[in-house]
Write a protein that binds this ligand. Structure first.
Ligand code: ADP
Ligand code: 6PG
Length: 174
């Protein structure tokens, strides 16, 4: 009998407003997998900076990315699948996060749609004015990066269906 393939940790990535939190939470619920909100791992200084309309730089992001990477590796090293949100905008950031059991799912959307979503999202620290710098910083996934691109213009349920089907994800047995 062949051993079952280890189910991955999914990094739900993309710029602000692309639907990472919404789709990742739904995906984790659907699968009964662990979920983590990468935004909640930012130090307070990063949140204050973004709330003031100033984009983060590499020095701001590296300590945060290390916390995200620790969550990922604590799961992959024990064979536990999970879903975590992280903008993961640059390839160098993804290099820190990646591993054999890590898949990046990039929610891709049109700037006007994302901007509208950010403006209509209640009670979030991230101003829509930062979308431009997010898009400018984003480095597309390379063919050699294990990933799936998802059109973020569909409904969250449709996007979850697509991710589960395309990656062959299997719910945890409870
Ligand atoms: N597929 C979708 N279609 C329509 N609205 C969405 C979709 N995904 C997310 N939203 C809405 O857009 C806003 C931004 O979504 P969110 O999940 O917070 O994105 P992110 O975590 O990438 O910043 C929220 O108000 C959310 O309810
Ligand atoms: O690296 C960054 O610049 C931030 O992580 C950023 O990409 C993220 O978008 C914000 O934390 C807002 O959070 P939302 O993505 O949930 O809007």
């Amino acid at each position: 009998m062949t051993a079952p393939t280890q189910q991955p940790v999914i990094v739900m990535m993309g710029v602000s407003g692309s639907g990472k939190s919404t789709v990742a939470r739904l995906l984790a619920e659907r699968l009964g997998w662990d979920f983590a909100e990468g935004d909640a791992m930012h130090p307070a200084a990063n949140v204050e900076k973004m709330a003031a309309g100033v984009p983060l730089d590499d020095a701001d992001r590296w300590p945060w990315l290390r916390v995200v990477a620790d969550w990922i590796s604590s799961h992959t090293s024990s064979g536990q699948p999970g879903v975590i949100t992280c903008s993961a905008l640059k390839r160098s950031y993804r290099d820190l996060l990646r591993g054999p059991d890590v898949v990046f799912v990039h929610l891709v959307g049109a700037a006007d749609v994302l901007g509208h979503r950010m403006e209509s999202r209640p009670g979030h620290f991230m101003p829509a004015s930062l979308l431009e710098s997010q898009l400018a910083t984003l480095e597309p996934l390379g063919d050699d990066e294990r990933h799936l691109l998802v059109d973020s213009g569909h409904t969250p349920d449709q996007e979850v269906d697509e991710i589960v089907d395309a990656l062959g994800l299997v719910p945890s047995v409870v």
